[in-house]
Design a protein around this ligand. Sequence first.
Ligand code: HAM
Length: 420
Amino acid sequence: MLTSPPGFEDVFPDSVLRWDLITKTVREVFKVYNYKEIIVPVLEYTEVFSRGIGNETDIVSKEMFSFNDRGGRGLTLRPEGTASVVRAYVGNGNYNRLSNSKLFYIGPMFRAERPQKGRLRQFNQFGCESFGSDNPFYDYEIISMMHTISSRLDINDYSLLINSIGCLECRVDYITELKEYYRNRVNNLCDDCMKRFDRNPLRILDCKKGECVSLKLGAPKILSYICDNCRNHYNQLKELLNMNNIDYIEEPYLVRGLDYYTKTTFEFVSDRLGGQNAFAAGGRYDNLVEVFGGKPTPAVGFAAGIERINLLIEDNSVIADSLDIFIVYSGDLGYRRALDLAGMFRVHNISVDMDPGSRGFKSQFKKADRENARLAIIIGEGELAEDSCTVKDMKTGNQEQVHIDNVLNHVIAFLNVTAM
Ligand code: HAM
């Protein structure tokens, strides 16, 4: 038997139903906040990510699916959306000339992580990026969108963690202090963090290994080092969250796993996801557009994992799939009439199924049950003789004989009433 590679999963119809609910909700919420959809390629030149996310991050150093094209140029399956969207934004004059661009995306991402529940090698994100303003209003706006998406999906048992990691200038002093703190403790860090100590000490704070997590607890906190401008920005964000009743927890070591962040960082976390507890995360990245060759343009964004959200709404019983009509018929004439009716209903967006091979009523009704049909339409010899069909409510068992000319209106009326 052939299998898919580890971390690459099939998504079966029951899960696709929740998936559709998630993406429908996401599109509705992005629309009411005036975010426009952008579709970027799943494959990029490798430097888009090495330059964008940072060579010292786990994503770039260990987790990318990269290979060379025939000309020897490095290509990578995108591990996230931000770097690609920034590359697209910088390259498109129509968008980067606008004072403000608010974009969202939905699609697959690829990271060669160790697969486990909620952690896949191909996973899907929805996310957004807001370009052109350093006003904390936009940091608040994207958090508020994710808050709205969560509550529309009935996910209320989560915590929002926030922090500010300052700008490139005020971070210099902090990094000096951080190195001072770790200098005598380097030998107690994990192998990766020993390297990070010299190359990118901020990354040590993002390490999830036991020894590094315990050592972190005594480390200096970045909020004590940030400049007045960054502090004001952070305080204004907290004020906006307070004013709008969005609860948050300040997490002083939240630096996130990507190097592009400045000022705000945040994560939506849930205990129900185990070790991989973040289902959405993001922050501000005021320097990234310049790194990609664009003019200085502050920006902020977030992304959320569709599979992780799917796990959080797994027990949501409101999502049920049902077929409108299963047609049950007998004989060749019945078969032909069933085909005609199926065609007519489908033109009116009414879902219909039937069994072309089976002639017995019993097995056809079994299939109607299995498909969770709301109505069965029965075409037997009696019905054919009278140009009618019998419409059976599969829930109550009530049935009624209806003339063929009236069956469409009859079904529409039934479906409208039961949909209410
Ligand atoms: P991230 O924290 O790397 O941020 O990913 C965002 C979300 O994607 C996570 O919170 C999680 O729900 C989901 N995710 C990440 N890795 C996996 C995985 N291996 N399996 C399943 N789900 C996963 C970013 O990607 C940034 N681009 C967010 C951002 C946008 N920052 C600014 N703008």
